[in-house]
Design a protein around this ligand. Structure first.
Ligand code: NAD
Length: 319
């Protein structure tokens, strides 16, 4: 198998690559050419989460699993809270073909999913980007969102305001004016990305204006929550995968409370393929429930492996 270490990934997969990989994988899911297997995610205590996301992309010839999780104490260790590795297998023989460091890939594929949702669902004239959250993922989210709309400014809120300057530095790098604001001022945003590990809703209906697009990316486990269920129910909801959305995604709460029916949630891949029109009006609130699917991980890992093999990078090992 080819081993692609974490340190090589940044030189192999760009934000634009991740966007295209995720676009392709969501389309393959919508065409029933690719499927995710049920997620295993277990609480280890003290906020630590560990599990497996896996899937099969028949058309793309990809079979594999991402193993890893979220370890909130890692900041103190000087390493990222997300730790993971992607393993790829030959779908015909089951032979392991590659092992790829999954930390940067996770950030890139997550940011790519929310950027894709903004690209497809936000109003074309969206100019103010709101961000709720300022942790490790937030900067990646901002960088990817910058690729899909001509933002005029960025406003951000975080429960821990001392984390916001780091996000402001990313905005400065992108040449975007940045302002830390109270949640009430999120009504100025045309698109809002939520990317926190919150266990309770922060973003309420009164914080969101008509016509806004929400990319809800932080809730990827049972019990997490970023958005008021009534706001989710009032929006037109899209997701990466409906089965995950209603169990571990943001929609779990609105569905659980009987405010939203699973049948009203549309896979984003259907917008990619043209099977769904996407936004229906300028006044509609659209919401993407990005839960993170295994096929996203396989798509970006496959790209890293292809590029590494072409350039003679990584190490070939017998297992
Ligand atoms: P991080 O630990 O670096 O940052 C956590 C963020 O959540 C910070 O902004 C922090 O201030 C905020 N936060 C913590 N406790 C909170 C609370 N009680 N209420 C409100 N905000 C709170 O994490 P990260 O790496 O930036 O990841 C953020 C979230 O995104 C996590 O929940 C992670 O599991 C999730 N995630 C989702 C996907 C996906 O595909 N959907 C992929 C990767 C990460």
């Amino acid at each position: 198998m080819l081993v692609v270490p974490e340190a090589l990934v940044a030189g192999l997969v760009s934000e634009a690559d991740a966007l295209e990989a995720v676009r392709g994988c969501f389309a393959a899911m919508a065409r029933n050419e690719a499927r995710n297997f049920p997620v295993v995610r277990e609480a280890l205590g003290e906020g630590r989460q560990y599990g497996f996301k896996s899937g099969l992309d028949t058309a793309g010839g990809m079979l594999g699993v991402k193993a890893g999780g979220y370890f909130p104490g890692n900041a103190g260790r000087g390493i990222t809270n997300h730790q993971s590795v992607v393993y790829l297998f030959d779908p015909e023989s089951g032979r392991p073909t590659a092992m790829v460091g999954g930390n940067l890939l996770t950030a890139l594929r997550t940011a790519a999913a929310s950027a894709l949702s903004i690209d497809l669902l936000a109003r074309k004239d969206a100019r103010v980007l709101g961000i709720v959250g300022a942790g490790h993922q937030a900067g990646f989210q901002l960088r990817a969102a910058a690729k899909v709309r001509a933002w005029e400014r960025v406003i951000a809120w975080n429960l821990h305001p001392e984390m916001l300057p780091k996000l402001g530095a990313v905005a400065a790098e992108l040449g975007l004016p940045f302002e830390a604001v109270p949640l009430e001022r999120m009504v100025e945003a045309d698109a809002i990305i939520t990317i926190t590990s919150s266990p309770a809703a922060s973003l309420m209906a009164r914080h969101v204006k008509a016509g806004a697009h929400l990319a809800c990316m932080g809730t990827d486990t049972k019990g997490k929550q970023e958005v008021e269920p009534a706001l989710v129910a009032a929006a037109t909801v899209f997701t990466d995968e409906v089965a995950q959305s209603v169990t571990i995604g943001e929609a779990q709460h609105a569905v659980g409370a009987g405010l939203l029916d699973a049948t009203a949630i549309t896979p984003l891949g259907e917008v990619v393929t043209g099977a769904h029109r996407g936004r229906a009006s300028d006044a509609e609130i659209t919401l993407f429930d990005g839960t993170g699917v295994g096929l996203q991980d396989l798509a970006v890992a496959g790209m890293a492996v292809k590029r590494a093999a072409e350039r003679g990078l990584g190490a070939v090992v017998e297992v």
